[in-house]
Ligand binder design. Structure first.
Ligand SMILES: NC(=O)c1ccc[n+]([C@@H]2O[C@H](COP(=O)([O-])OP(=O)(O)OC[C@H]3O[C@@H](n4cnc5c(N)ncnc54)[C@H](OP(=O)(O)O)[C@@H]3O)[C@@H](O)[C@H]2O)c1
Length: 130
């Protein structure tokens, strides 16, 4: 699950690019994220994990994922569970081939970013077999 700006903006300075914006739509989106992930597993890259507020740990299992781990092996650790993927581009490049459902919110943000969504992830082929 992710939220992007009008041109695919994903992150800025380790935060959401629209962090702190007071308009209701920018407040409703993270609220929806925490509602939908409640009770489930959330796998996240280290920077994304570090950006979660303290309350995020209360009602979901947050698992840090690292680049030395095999994505298939990571996902196999959670049989029968709903696993949400969360992270920057390197995480999406590795995990996109495994995604069954994409949940992408497009927010009315037109500003800067240093992390971008790549639409090619949506049609990433099957994971390479080892
Ligand atoms: N808009 C959204 O929905 C959304 C969602 C999440 C994050 N973000 C934003 O994105 C930014 C954070 O992203 P980030 O790219 O800086 O860092 P990140 O979330 O830590 O994700 C990238 C890191 O994940 C690790 N990783 C784990 N498994 C991997 C794998 N199989 N292959 C490659 N790398 C893997 C790598 O770190 P190691 O090599 O150290 O293991 C990699 O550098 C923040 O600005 C955050 O707010 C936005």
């Amino acid at each position: 699950m992710c939220a992007i700006g009008r041109r695919g903006q994903l992150g800025l300075d380790g935060q959401l690019p629209w962090e702190g914006r007071p308009e209701p739509i920018f407040i409703a989106d993270p609220a929806r994220f925490f509602d939908l992930t409640r009770g489930h597993v959330l796998i996240a890259g280290p920077a994304t994990r570090a950006s979660f507020p303290a309350f995020a740990w209360d009602h979901r299992e947050i698992v840090e994922i690292r680049s030395h781990e095999d994505p298939a092996a990571v996902l196999a650790r959670f049989p029968g569970r709903v696993v949400y993927v969360c992270g920057g581009p390197a995480v999406w490049r590795a995990y996109a081939p495994f995604i069954e459902y994409w949940d992408i919110t497009r927010l009315p943000y037109d500003g800067e970013a240093d992390r971008w969504f790549d639409p090619a992830w949506l049609v990433a082929g099957p994971p390479a077999r080892s």
